[in-house]
Design a protein around this ligand. Structure first.
Ligand SMILES: Cc1cc2nc3c(=O)[nH]c(=O)nc-3n(C[C@H](O)[C@H](O)[C@H](O)COP(=O)(O)O)c2cc1C
Length: 176
């Protein structure tokens, strides 16, 4: 599978088989996440792999208002935190940018594409109760829970991609 094939094959997997995913496979995906680019190479991310009872507790904190019930079926959740650097904070203030959020997006993208290549399903989860999840993990000062990625062997099927048209989303400027 090349990169373009992985991009086409990745989808948000919302049903998982009960089979465990070997830690070595999850580590492989996370090693790809760690190779992502980041502003000033600050690498603001950290990844907490949770399984078993802790995973069940964290899953509940993604299910506010009936959302994300599928997290119960995932054998593992990867909690992604960010600790914005001083550069990030300056950029946020001076340039109205959110560098650490951008960085996390790249890293999680790498993770999900490598998982796809390995035959694993993933779903990025942003609907979560960050403060409650933070209390269950050994976070360091300044670290904030930003995203979760569920990971496991898919028990559903990829859906056709629903995307807005290229005409709406891609603009080529003057070339003269
Ligand atoms: C930052 C972010 C947060 C998301 N949060 C959730 C979520 O809480 N629950 C969920 O089921 N999907 C979530 N998604 C998945 C999107 O709904 C999904 O990527 C989008 O509908 C496109 O579908 P696809 O991933 O299957 O191509 C999130 C995706 C991103 C990038």
């Amino acid at each position: 599978m090349d990169v373009k094939e992985a991009i086409a094959a990745r989808y948000s997997c919302r049903a998982y088989k009960p089979d465990d995913v070997d830690d070595a496979l999850i580590r492989d995906c996370l090693q790809c996440a760690l190779l992502a680019p980041s502003a000033c190479n600050k690498q603001p991310w950290k990844f907490y792999v949770v399984k078993g009872g802790k995973k069940a507790e964290i899953a509940k904190h993604t299910q506010l208002f009936g959302a994300n019930g599928f997290t119960d079926s995932a054998p593992a959740l990867i909690v992604v935190t960010a600790k914005p650097s001083l550069v990030d904070k300056a950029a946020d203030k001076i340039k109205d940018q959110d560098f650490s959020a951008n960085d996390l997006g790249f890293a999680v993208g790498h993770l999900c594409l490598r998982a796809t290549e390995l035959g694993l399903g993933t779903c990025i989860i942003g609907w979560l109760q960050a403060n409650k999840i933070a209390k269950l993990l050994p976070l360091t000062a300044g670290e904030k829970v930003r995203l979760i990625v569920s990971i496991g062997y898919p028990a559903d099927q990829p859906r056709p991609k629903k995307r807005r048209s290229e005409d709406e989303k891609i603009v080529f400027g003057e070339r003269s």
